[in-house]
Write a protein that binds this ligand. Structure first.
Ligand code: NAD
Ligand code: ZN
Ligand code: ZN
Length: 355
């Protein structure tokens, strides 16, 4: 096809560690009959995008359009997409699933043999004017035209992640003492969804006082700034040396995984959520007799429809995770703001692309 100006769009492109650029790229086209092309109206940046930028996710190669979160309008549909029509407003799930393979049949959509986490990873993502969504009937959620983009875009990744990888894998139950290490958007999403299961105490741990204050306003009963390296001592003091029933790791560093191992009570659950770029040590010399469970989990998006209902009904206020707003031309500034969250007092930064 001739590369006319009409076929071009603006997109945020990864060019290796530490290197991003807003560029003209070819608009995506339908490749499979199950695809949709979505015109993005709102997207955002994830902690995982920062890991990609740091070089922690080597699968992401030079030239990839980043982003796995978005809300938009269907522009074009493959002939086999049955549940959607052009002009529909949709939420994009970060997970692509064929619905037919052995992992999809087990509801492990993130491990779909024909999909999984592809967007902004092994195929072009949502930080662009247009994106191609494979298996659109499964990866897109129909929204009413009046749905609030900024509230809904929190459901592409962070809320299902906090719920599925943190709260549910951690088996939070009434009366539990829960610690969440990392008060970024994912840790805060774990904080919001943990409260659906009535824990007695939620201790939030981070090095960013602003995010800890936000955590307190979102329902944390205790906050611990771990910059002095004494988080373990503080949590043990707060729990009268008992430790915590559930420790959710939402950073992705060996130091924060260590805190989880040090504060977990006998019989407790450590739920790892963070993307780790380097190995972390498992302290079996201390934990072999502690009856703990350790889970790792890639978000499946199986709870997205349920979370959508909760946001629509007002039961879950996802919009309060948004701290900054930018246009697409300012996306580099948006990355700087999110990447310097402590200095900028940033939570989730959204990028709005008006029609
Ligand atoms: N498992 C999954 O499916 C999945 C999905 C989405 C995101 N993630 C991962 O979840 C993690 C959190 O994502 P996010 O968007 O909230 O990221 P983020 O970068 O905004 O937040 C990370 C938080 O960790 C804090 N932190 C950094 N170093 C620390 C330390 N030494 N001690 C205590 N706190 C420290 C930071 O201050 C920040 O508040 C990332 O690793 C991301 O890649 C995993
Ligand atoms: Zn994400
Ligand atoms: Zn599948």
């Amino acid at each position: 096809m001739k590369n006319t100006e009409n076929n071009l769009m603006k997109a945020l492109v990864f060019h290796g560690t530490g290197n991003l650029a807003l560029e003209d790229k070819q608009k995506p086209t339908i490749k499979q009959s199950t695809d949709a092309i979505v015109r993005i109206t709102t997207t955002t940046i994830c902690g995982t995008d920062l890991h990609i930028l740091k070089g922690d996710v080597p699968r992401v190669t030079d030239g990839r359009i980043l982003g796995h979160e978005g809300v938009g309008i269907i522009g074009e549909l493959g002939s086999e997409v049955l549940g959607l029509k052009v002009g529909d407003k949709v939420l994009i799930s970060l997970i692509t699933s064929c619905g037919k393979c052995s992992f999809c049949k087990k509801a492990m959509y993130s491990h779909c043999l024909n999909g999984g986490w592809l967007l902004g990873n092994s195929i072009d993502g949502t930080q662009a004017e247009y994106v191609r969504i494979p298996y659109a009937d499964n990866g897109l959620y129909l929204l009413p035209p009046d749905a609030d983009d900024e509230a809904i875009v929190m459901l592409s990744c962070i809320l299902p992640t906090g719920l599925e990888c943190g709260t549910l894998q951690g088996k939070v139950k009434p009366g539990d003492i829960v610690a969440i290490v990392g008060a970024g958007p994912v840790g805060l999403a774990a904080l919001l969804t943990t409260q659906l299961y009535s824990p007695a105490e939620i201790v939030m741990i981070d090095i960013d006082d602003n995010r800890l204050e936000v955590a307190r306003s979102f329902g944390a009963t205790q906050v611990v700034n771990s910059s002095d390296g004494k988080a373990t001592e503080q949590v043990m003091a707060l729990t009268h040396a008992a430790g915590v029933d559930v420790a959710i790791e939402a950073v992705g560093l060996s130091a924060t995984f260590d805190i989880c191992q040090e504060i977990i009570a006998p019989g407790g659950h450590i739920a790892n959520v963070g993307v780790h770029g380097k190995s972390a040590e498992l302290h079996l010399e201390k934990l072999w007799a502690s009856n703990i469970t350790l889970t790792t989990h890639l978000v499946d998006g199986g709870t997205t429809a349920m979370l959508l209902r909760m946001v629509r009904s007002g039961r879950l206020d996802s919009k309060k995770l948004v701290s900054h707003r930018f246009g697409l031309p300012e996306i580099m500034k948006a990355y700087n703001t999110f990447g310097n969250a402590a200095m900028e007092h940033a939570l989730k930064v959204v990028i709005n692309l008006p029609a």
